[in-house]
Write a protein that binds this ligand. Structure first.
Ligand code: PLP
Length: 348
């Protein structure tokens, strides 16, 4: 992926992917579809999609945010009368999008908790959208088993792979029909951009998705796509440190009398690592907030960035205790971070 620059590297060429800021192209008699007008494609966006396609082992389309990817995929794949199954403990905006934007088009929604999905009835469902591990509960869903059940009733399975990224989990290989990733999180990794993508080996679906993007107009600008590519080039290194830090913190959090419950995704053969997110329950909201401040964790609702951060999820209405924190471990040096964490636990 690192060496898959668009165009062969000739002597004198810059090594990084060039950033091409353009909306217009000099046209030939038969303009190439990716060199006609910026709303269809631009060289930098196409170059980032090509790198993502290597990570996903499938064609990819880029959107200006993770929700942009959700909206376009649902518009492209669903029709009036379709019913969608979403996780009740999944990303809130996915349910809100379905209920507020898609409902007037005759698309209905059903919800189910991640830990019940293995036995949820799927009759009459056109599309199932899940996250695994779920967020913030960190329940693991068996993708291959769910894909089989979906396909038996003619439903498409879409996996939101934001938490694992394609480096830790490959839902398409396990039978999912499409993958959505919010590249705003670990993929970009620097908390300085919004982006999202869809990957699928269903050529018809990708063609319709491209038409949806071109006509509805939600294509990212070249600069932010280029920033994402810059982040992707260190994804492997960042994830390794982030997961190492999360694992190092588990025994420290578990041993503390300030933390009543620690959650971390169960190991599963479908993921190569259990990730960088950890749930920790403190006595109450003020204790949790004090801990974040003393540990130097950024109090953000996003996750997956270089900087360790935490979010008190009850603030957003999640069904968790008031003192529950979703901690996202960053890339700080492990020894130093664990020392800060232990001191903050003592004093919080
Ligand atoms: C953040 C997030 C989204 C939405 O992505 P945006 O880039 O914020 O639009 C979707 N799913 C999950 C799991 C997320 O964490």
């Amino acid at each position: 992926m690192l060496h898959a620059r668009s165009g062969a590297l000739e002597p004198g060429d810059p090594v990084p992917e060039p950033l091409v800021m353009t909306s217009a192209f000099a046209l030939s008699e038969q303009p190439a579809p990716d060199r006609s007008y910026g709303r269809m494609a631009t060289p930098t966006v196409s170059a980032v999609e090509a790198r993502l396609a290597l990570l996903e082992d499938a064609p990819c389309l880029l959107f200006p945010s993770g929700m942009g990817a959700y909206g376009a995929l649902m518009m492209a794949a669903l029709k009036t009368g379709d019913r969608v199954l979403l996780l009740s403990d999944g990303y809130y905006a996915a349910r809100a999008l379905t209920e507020t934007v898609l409902a007037p088009f005759g698309i209905t929604m059903q919800t189910c908790a991640a830990h019940d999905i293995a036995t949820a009835p799927l009759d009459g469902i056109a599309m199932v959208i899940v996250e695994t591990p779920s967020n913030p509960g960190l329940d693991v869903i068996d993708i291959a088993a769910l894909a089989e059940r979906c396909h038996a009733v003619g439903a498409r399975l879409v996996v939101d792979n934001t938490v694992c990224t394609p480096l830790l989990q490959q839902p398409l290989d396990l039978g999912a029909d499409a993958v959505i990733v919010s590249d705003t999180k670990a993929m970009g990794g620097h908390s300085d951009l919004l982006m999202g993508h869809v990957a699928s080996r269903d050529a018809g679906l990708m063609e319709r998705l491209h038409a949806t993007r071109s006509l509805a107009g939600a294509i990212p600008g070249p600069f932010e796509a280029w920033l994402l590519l810059r982040g992707l080039e260190t994804l492997d290194l960042r994830l390794a440190r982030m997961c190492e830090n999360a694992r190092a913190a588990l025994p420290i959090l578990s041993a503390s009398d300030k933390v009543s419950d620690v959650i971390y995704p169960a190991p599963h053969p479908q993921t190569s690592d259990q990730g960088f997110l950890v749930g920790a329950t403190f006595a109450d909201a003020p204790t949790a907030d004090r801990f974040l401040e003393m540990a130097g964790f950024a109090p953000t609702t996003s996750f997956g960035g270089l900087h360790s951060s935490g979010d008190r999820r009850a603030r957003w209405g999640d069904a968790v205790p008031a003192g529950f924190l979703r901690l996202s471990f960053g890339t700080e040096p492990t020894d130093r971070l664990m020392a800060d964490l232990a001191r903050a636990l003592d004093r919080a």
